[in-house]
Design a protein around this ligand. Structure first.
Ligand SMILES: [Zn+2]
Length: 599
């Protein structure tokens, strides 16, 4: 029972309540540079071209819709002004903003569009559903940094706002270029969006720390006359996340826990694996808590669901989706199947598959199942033949030797390409490229295989990854354009800030150097001991006053300045300041444009 391409329900719901479009679609920053084009995917109309999977074509038409929509009287959404939705809930004296988008320019434009049609209401509260950048980065577009209105978030919001992106941030950004397809032109042979939405904006990112934390289920709050019942959902789509219900409006906000696609258990940009078991259970709990009173359910991506029965069916299917992936993967891994094997074996039950919203446009059953294997058992599949394999270049040279050289290997890859086995063609051709990156034949075959894999993918992020691979094989490495969480360094703890130095220490160069520093923070009274030992930068809070090479008295903002400028200007110190210079001299620069499809 495949999903029905003739069913227009989603199109009706995605267009329901349209008040006004975002016009002009181009959102600019103060310098007149474009930060987001709400119409960039407007060309995705009409019949599906042969270069896009029909199911993805359908989803991309839906995610390309943009404008201000009435969800229910008193609740509005601006959709398509960034990757995520901004939701506006009218309160006694103004309006509550849920999830102020990625960048301040888009958030300001969305709020202005709302105000143009609903009156110049002041913002009376901001709610962050969870600490992913596309849900809070634009907060300064809706309230000033020194706002007195409550900023509401699930507990542990701040630790997760930055921690997910701090340590592996550069690699995630580079990999993020692939899954977002940001460097690809929009269109039938390029990107058709991200499945979850169109694209992320490129404006100014900021963060105001929450002032009111939700700490339990059900946590009830009355915000400017609006009663809200909060359900904490930790360990779902994000380690800190929450759903919440508006009893007077009979409206349920599902954050990013139940959207109109199968979500990621492991995003292709890289992250820690999420927990599908908790995810499924918190959806069940939402039905239990609010299902009987709910007339509309909306989320921070995609369009709402109206009607109690529709909502219950939608949530039951979303619940079953993550539960099924989890339980079936565990069943198979306990029978000895690896993640790669389980990913080929598990098919969704027919009734789930018949619902469009269970399809993997952003996450996929294939990579989610491998992620569940990874969550429980890790990278090693248990077969010692794969315990100590050669790395890519060394393996590639050996595969090329077997074939008689990289060009012969590319020729064999082309045979598989011609037979329609794009997956194996890509595998062989990738070996050929890694054996000889200058081989035009190898690059050509790999590019063609990637292109066909991209055109055939139902998943938008797979499509973007494959097409980015093809693009970089042909045109070289594309500059990184995706949003960095820069500007959020002030949200890091001192330990996290010191960690950012520690993970850049060049171990081999630092191995013979010993140095020690005592940091005294005059604003918090905390003291940290730091020493370089065996190429490792050790640091921890201390109550002692050990003998050190250098001691510094400073504030946390001064530490940020010091890290940015490597200068001790204005900072009190005792001992040898050259130590600090030596330390910074032993750090390595991350490479934001590392090669992926070539060695
Ligand atoms: Zn999101």
């Amino acid at each position: 029972m495949p999903a029905d391409l003739a069913d227009q329900t989603d199109f009706a719901n995605a267009g329901r309540g349209l008040i006004a479009r975002i016009e002009p679609g181009m959102i600019m920053n103060a310098d007149g540079q474009a930060v987001f084009d709400a119409d960039q995917f407007s060309l995705i109309t009409g019949d599906c071209p042969g270069t896009v999977h029909p199911s993805l074509w359908r989803q991309s038409q839906l995610t390309a819709s943009q404008g201000l929509y009435e969800v229910t009287p008193g609740i509005y959404q601006v959709r398509g002004a960034d990757l995520a939705n901004m939701t506006l809930v009218e309160s006694r004296t103004g309006v509550i903003v849920i999830d102020p988008l990625t960048s301040q320019e888009c958030a300001a434009a969305a709020l202005a569009l709302y105000r143009a049609h609903r009156g110049d209401r002041s913002v009376t509260a901001v709610i962050y559903t969870h600490p992913h950048l596309d849900h809070f980065g634009g907060v300064l577009g809706v309230v000033p940094a020194d706002t007195k209105v409550p900023i509401i978030a699930p507990e542990h919001f701040m630790e997760h706002a930055v921690s997910e992106n701090v340590y592996a941030g550069t690699a995630m950004l580079r990999r993020g270029m692939y899954y977002s397809g940001d460097a690809l032109p929009a269109g039938p042979t390029g990107s058709v969006g991200m499945g979850l939405g169109t694209r992320v904006s490129h404006g100014t990112v900021g963060l105001i720390a929450p002032t009111l934390f939700i700490t339990r289920t059900v946590h009830e709050k009355i915000i400017d006359g609006v009663r809200i019942l909060f359900q904490l959902t930790p360990g779902t789509e994000c380690p800190a996340e929450m759903n919440f219900f508006f009893p007077a409006q009979q409206a349920l906000c599902l954050a990013e826990n139940a959207t109109r696609n199968m979500h990621n258990l492991l995003t292709l940009r890289g992250a820690q694996v999420r927990d599908p078991r908790s995810w499924s259970r918190y959806i069940a709990e939402a039905v239990e808590l609010f299902g009987d009173q709910c007339e509309v359910a909306f989320a921070s991506h995609h369009w709402p669901t109206w009607g109690r029965d529709n909502i219950r069916a939608f949530l039951r299917e979303q619940r079953d989706l993550y539960g099924y992936l989890h339980d079936q993967t565990l069943r198979l891994l306990n029978r000895g199947y690896t993640g790669t094997e389980a990913a080929e074996m598990i098919e969704m039950p027919a009734e789930l598959d018949a619902a469009w919203h269970t399809h993997g446009y952003y996450g996929s059953a294939s990579h989610n199942i491998k992620a569940i294997y990874q969550r429980y058992l890790g990278w090693y599949d248990g077969n010692p033949a794969r315990l100590w394999q050669h790395p890519p270049v060394e393996a590639a040279q050996r595969y090329a030797r077997l074939a008689g050289g990289p060009d012969q290997l590319a020729a064999r890859a082309r045979e598989f390409l011609d037979e329609g086995d794009m997956r194996f063609a890509a595998e062989l051709a990738s070996h050929a490229v890694f054996a000889d990156p200058a081989s035009a034949a190898a690059r050509e075959v790999l590019g063609l295989a990637f292109e066909q894999l991209g055109y055939g993918a139902e998943n938008a992020t797979w499509r973007n990854c494959f097409l980015m691979g093809a693009l970089e094989l042909r045109d070289g490495i594309q500059p990184t354009t995706v949003v960095a969480s820069a500007g959020m360094a002030s949200a890091l703890t001192i330990t996290q800030l010191f960690d950012t130095i520690a993970i850049r220490i060049d171990g081999p160069r630092a191995a013979d150097t010993a140095l020690s520093i005592l940091w005294y923070f005059t604003d918090t009274g905390e003291r940290y001991f730091m020493e370089l030992s065996n190429g490792v930068l050790i640091h921890h809070p201390t109550l002692r006053t050990p003998e050190v090479d250098l001691s510094l008295s400073l504030t946390q903002p001064q530490l940020l300045g010091l890290l940015a400028t490597q200068s001790l200007d204005g900072i009190q110190f005792a001992g040898n300041p050259v130590v600090l210079k030596a330390l910074f001299g032993l750090t390595d620069e991350p490479d934001p444009e590392f090669a992926i499809v070539t060695p």
